[in-house]
Design a binder for this molecule. Structure first.
Ligand SMILES: NC(=O)c1ccc[n+]([C@@H]2O[C@H](COP(=O)([O-])OP(=O)(O)OC[C@H]3O[C@@H](n4cnc5c(N)ncnc54)[C@H](O)[C@@H]3O)[C@@H](O)[C@H]2O)c1
Ligand SMILES: O=C(O)C(=O)C[C@]1(C(=O)O)C=C[C@@H](O)C=C1
Length: 270
């Protein structure tokens, strides 16, 4: 937003003085406050960017200072829980339009942000049915100006899609790295020593913020459990194929998934 000159003034609120200092010295914000209500007072656009489990308290804390006509949005990785937790705190006259940029890294804090983060990435908005179309258009324009492609979705659908494309992969990464590090000492040191391609990719994902991901799994419980159930069945199918030496079944699946990966890359290049 700073690089594109989208706001006259950008302010933030964080709990620690050290984080506020970092945000100021990076030039990301004009002012940094400890109290979120001080940061949100009079703003045209307020974005909640903390772990989703904090949203209920945070939105209650800023509600009294939100200006009429302001847009209240967020970047949280789940959407039904955001509607549940923030919705009741939104004052009349404030436009509540939840959002989710599908862009991020395993790193945390202001120093991990970069101006190109959202370029060429999707941003999903989940406006309530009665949302003001002009406010939705303004928020859409904001995300487009930072380089995103915006799509609107129903919150329940969002949570299902992200459960399989983002949440389950993280759960698998956390599990596989946990399993590997629970191995007996000799094997464990070998795992670390020889970790190259596959396992190393999992360790990157498994280095993601523990609080953020705890909250995502607690707040997208049903969709994650549904996808996990399907995944477990498919894993058991492969386990059985390996046990009985059914190479044709393995080959058929691996051929199908290779085509899917190539399809994703072609779609990106198009
Ligand atoms: N990292 C990603 O890949 C990614 C992508 C899209 C959306 N998100 C969502 O964005 C949000 C923030 O994620 P991030 O990656 O920017 O994390 P981050 O760790 O960089 O930033 C979160 C900030 O919230 C602060 N915080 C934590 N608990 C707080 C509390 N109780 N009160 C006030 N501040 C608190 C942290 O100190 C930190 O400064 C999350 O809701 C996450 O689901 C993350
Ligand atoms: O690349 C990464 O590090 C990410 O995990 C980014 C990622 C994802 O799963 O795609 C993580 C959480 C989000 O809500 C959106 C994006």
């Amino acid at each position: 937003a700073r690089a594109q000159g989208l706001a006259e003034e950008i302010v933030c609120s964080t709990r620690r003085e050290a984080t506020r200092d970092t945000a100021r010295s990076l030039g990301i914000v004009d002012h940094a406050y400890e109290n979120p209500a001080e940061a949100a007072a009079g703003a045209d656009l307020v974005l909640l960017c903390t772990p989703v489990g904090t949203y209920a308290d945070l939105s209650a804390a800023i509600a009294p200072v939100l200006a009429p006509g302001a847009i209240l949005s967020d970047v949280g990785s789940v959407k039904q829980a955001v509607v549940r937790d923030v919705g009741p705190n939104v004052p009349d006259g404030v436009h509540f339009i939840p959002g989710h940029p599908i862009a991020g890294t395993e790193h945390s804090g202001p120093e991990s942000g970069f101006a190109e983060l959202f370029q060429g990435r999707w941003c999903i908005l989940t406006p309530p049915p009665a949302a003001d179309p002009a406010a939705v258009a303004r928020l859409r324009a904001f995300w487009e100006k930072v380089g995103s492609q915006v799509v609107e979705m129903d919150p329940a659908h969002h949570d299902k899609v992200l459960a399989i494309t983002s949440h389950l992969p993280h759960l698998i990464a956390y599990t596989i790295v946990g399993t590997a590090t629970d191995l007996e000492e000799t094997l464990r040191s070998e795992v670390i020593k020889y970790s190259a391609g596959g396992f190393r990719d999992f360790t990157r994902i498994a280095a993601s913020d523990p609080v953020m991901w705890r909250d995502i799994f607690l707040d997208n419980r049903e969709a994650v459990l549904e996808m996990l159930g399907r995944f477990s069945e498919d894993l058991a199918y492969l386990q059985r194929a390996i046990r009985w030496g059914e190479g044709d079944k393995l080959h058929e699946l691996f051929t199908r998934t290779r085509a899917i990966r190539r399809g994703i890359i072609e779609a990106k290049q198009a």
